[in-house]
Write a protein that binds this ligand. Structure first.
Ligand code: SF4
Length: 126
């Protein structure tokens, strides 16, 4: 049985406001300067997902996606294409106003993902 492509995991940036020792994203510093521009993200990634999978979803990840200046613009563009959005975030940038803004511009087609490495604080932080 074949399954339709559904989810694009889009690593939008290598930048992050944390420096977890187990982070896979921050290992390759050569990639930090080569983020896609806003237009490249829209037209090379999001439009392509829409073309391949019109009912699909994009998981905006990083690094920390919410550090991108164009994060809201990309979420709004994704919603305009009719695609669902996930945000994989460490949560450091989130506050009530930003959550309301994201909910509004995605019209509720949004899920947040947070990583939890251990329920023990000391282990989670190592
Ligand atoms: S929060 Fe995520 S992206 Fe940022 S340093 Fe930690 S593991 Fe890496």
């Amino acid at each position: 049985m074949t399954r339709d492509f559904f989810l694009c995991y889009f690593e939008t940036t290598r930048r992050c406001n944390l420096s977890c020792p187990y982070c896979a994203s921050r290992q390759d510093t050569s990639l930090k300067k080569n983020e896609l521009t806003t237009d490249e993200a829209k037209y090379l990634v999001l439009d392509e997902v829409k073309r391949i999978c019109p009912q699909g979803a994009v998981a905006f990840s990083g690094g920390e996606f919410l550090l991108r200046q164009d994060a809201m613009e990309l979420l709004e563009y994704n919603r305009g294409l009719g695609l669902y959005s996930f945000i994989n975030t460490n949560g450091k940038c989130l506050n009530r106003n930003l959550l309301k803004e994201i909910k509004k511009l995605t019209r509720g087609k949004i899920t947040f993902g947070f990583s939890l490495n251990s329920i023990k604080r000391a282990l989670h932080r190592t």
